[in-house]
Design a protein around this ligand. Structure first.
Ligand SMILES: C[S@@+](CC[C@H](N)C(=O)[O-])C[C@H]1O[C@@H](n2cnc3c(N)ncnc32)[C@H](O)[C@@H]1O
Length: 394
């Protein structure tokens, strides 16, 4: 591409003028399989990025680029791979056309596209956007073949994207070659979303095992993974408690696995030394009949309040126990579809901790447990991993 066209693209990107761009018309002899590419600005949290969508037959792939990287991408594609580019900006539309001999012509017209105000988020920028067909979402009946999300699946669409935003936050910790176990995967919307985002958008190498107790669900998920050609995504029948593997596991996911199944999943994650854990517990019944605390007796008088309290105490104990074995823990709000409108997501990231920090965290766990007179499953599951040489704090 000539200097003039490159300078035009640089100035459009550097001034954040771009609204949308389409590259089309593959040059004969071009080395690649894409037939069209489009580019649009997206706000990933507060950072301006450019989402590039590659079209290859029925398949669509997304990749996010920083501003300088998208300039490089456009400079290496416009006029080299594609014969034309349409750039819709806030002030003008530009059409860049290349002749067979590679000579570029730029046509300038008044602007024809609306400005999407990214800063005020008038249009929510999802990591998997609506309007672009996404293979697993089409297959699982979340969107149609044109990329339009079905009305009754909009909550699911939002939940999938919210989950991916949480995952995106810990990508740096995970590196480029990631092994994941998803316990209690169910029909696996979230597992497919995780695979799609990591492999197709973020270009990671990923192995994911989804585990569940239900045979029909496992068969359905394996069939769907094969149909989508999702290499590295497998589903297995089994109980979390009895699942074992010798290879490394970088990330453990357990979303809405009932009652103490979450504790079993956390125990496996800690045993493998997983770098990242995502758990959304549900149906926390274990402590309901154990809770005792004289000073807090009013909180235990009414079943409905006691039930909520049992949930909070259970998840707080899980968080404290994870801290005592070397994880930094956050409790975040997650949208749940089936049980309650909202749930807690426990995100735990393995971090180096000194013996003093681990001892202190363990003491806090023990004190909190004693305050409620409970024996939670998480304690026995993580017992082998608590520090053995801790000093007695009494
Ligand atoms: C409510 S579904 C959640 C599915 C999916 N993770 C999600 O969040 O959409 C819970 C799943 O956990 C599975 N499950 C519960 N206990 C389990 C256990 N001990 N081992 C394996 N799977 C279990 C159930 O069979 C069910 O499919």
């Amino acid at each position: 591409m000539a200097n003039y066209e490159i300078a035009l693209i640089e100035s459009i990107i550097h001034t954040s003028e771009l609204i949308f761009c389409v590259l089309s018309g593959v040059r004969s002899g071009a080395n690649g399989t894409y037939t069209k590419v489009d580019v649009k600005p997206v706000l990933i949290k507060t950072e301006l990025q450019y989402q590039v969508t590659f079209y290859e037959g029925e398949k669509v792939k997304h990749q996010n680029f920083a501003p300088d990287a998208v300039i490089d991408f456009l400079a290496s594609h416009v006029g080299i791979y594609f014969k034309q580019a349409h750039l819709f900006t806030k002030s003008n539309d530009y059409q860049i056309l290349f002749s067979k001999k590679g000579k570029g012509t730029v046509l300038k017209k008044p602007p024809s596209r609306f400005v999407v105000d990214l800063n005020h988020n008038r249009v929510k920028q999802y990591l998997i956007p609506e309007g672009t067909p996404c293979d697993f979402m089409c297959e699982l009946g979340v969107m149609d073949a044109t990329g339009k999300v079905f009305k009754k699946k909009y909550d699911k669409f939002r939940q999938l994207n919210k989950y991916l935003e949480f995952v995106d936050d810990s990508l740096e910790v995970l590196g480029d070659d990631i092994t994941i176990v998803d316990f209690g995967c169910g029909k696996a919307y979230l597992t497919f979303a995780l695979y799609y985002y990591l492999v197709k958008v973020m270009n990671k190498t990923v192995q994911i095992v989804g585990l569940d107790l239900k045979e029909d669900v496992i068969d359905f998920c394996n069939m769907t993974a094969r149909k989508l050609n999702y290499e590295g995504l497998h589903f297995q029948l089994g109980d979390i408690k009895h699942y074992n593997r010798d290879e490394k596991v970088d990330m453990v996911v357990s979303l809405h696995a009932c009652d103490t199944a979450t504790d079993e999943a956390l125990g496996k994650a800690v045993h493998w030394g997983a770098k990242v854990i995502y758990a959304v517990p549900c149906c926390q019944h274990e402590l309901f009949n154990q809770l005792k605390n004289e000073e807090m007796a009013p909180l235990l008088e009414h079943g409905i309040v006691k039930d909520k309290l049992a949930t909070i105490v259970t998840d707080t104990l899980r968080a404290k126990a994870l801290e005592a074995v070397g994880y930094r823990v956050q409790m975040l709000e997650f949208i749940d579809m089936t049980h309650t409108p909202k749930n807690i997501l426990i995100r735990a990231i393995k971090e180096p901790a000194t013996p003093t920090q681990l001892n202190h965290a363990y003491d806090r766990f023990v004190a909190f447990k004693a305050a409620w007179s409970v024996k939670p499953r998480i304690e026995s599951v993580l017992m082998p991993f608590f520090r053995k040489d801790r000093e007695k704090s009494e």
